[in-house]
Design a protein around this ligand. Sequence first.
Ligand SMILES: [Zn+2]
Length: 186
Amino acid sequence: MADYLVLVNGEHRLPEGYENTVELVTVKNCIGNAYTVEKKTYEAFCRLREDLLAHDGIQAELISSYRTIAQQQGSFDNYLNKFGLEYANKYVAKPGHSEHHTGLAIDVGILHEGKVLYIIEDLMSVDHLFQVIHKKLPKYGFILRYPKDKQAVTKIGYEPWHFRYIDSPEIATQIAEQGICFEEYF
Ligand SMILES: [Zn+2]
């Protein structure tokens, strides 16, 4: 069974063999793009998504999920070439050190004026909508992994779209209420 509390960051690499412990499913978002994600993470996301649609009029959509180490390398190189090393280091984890390798991390875009937002600047421009989403994360076992005021600890820029499933609404609520990040929980 997967360790839903696994810590993966700049200092902690994905544990050896971790990928063999998770059950992945491949699903499509509303514009037909396919994503692979850990099964319980996806089920929890669907419940969150329904809640947001029904009560807040916000349509949340997957824009990134499970990535292999090779895919992460491609993503890092892409940002490096387009925006330079500083930007790449701020927003893209080094291959082997991304939470997306676990299958438990999702990046969530928002359907806004007919298109799914997925570019960082566009996502930042709807931060007020993300604030609504963030309040509902703990109930579904997710945490906001890279909060704005914890960049010095996480070493990752504020990412209002990156949610991490930890399979425990209790611990997620504790983390949210104490205003701590995942590193500080340990
Ligand atoms: Zn992410």
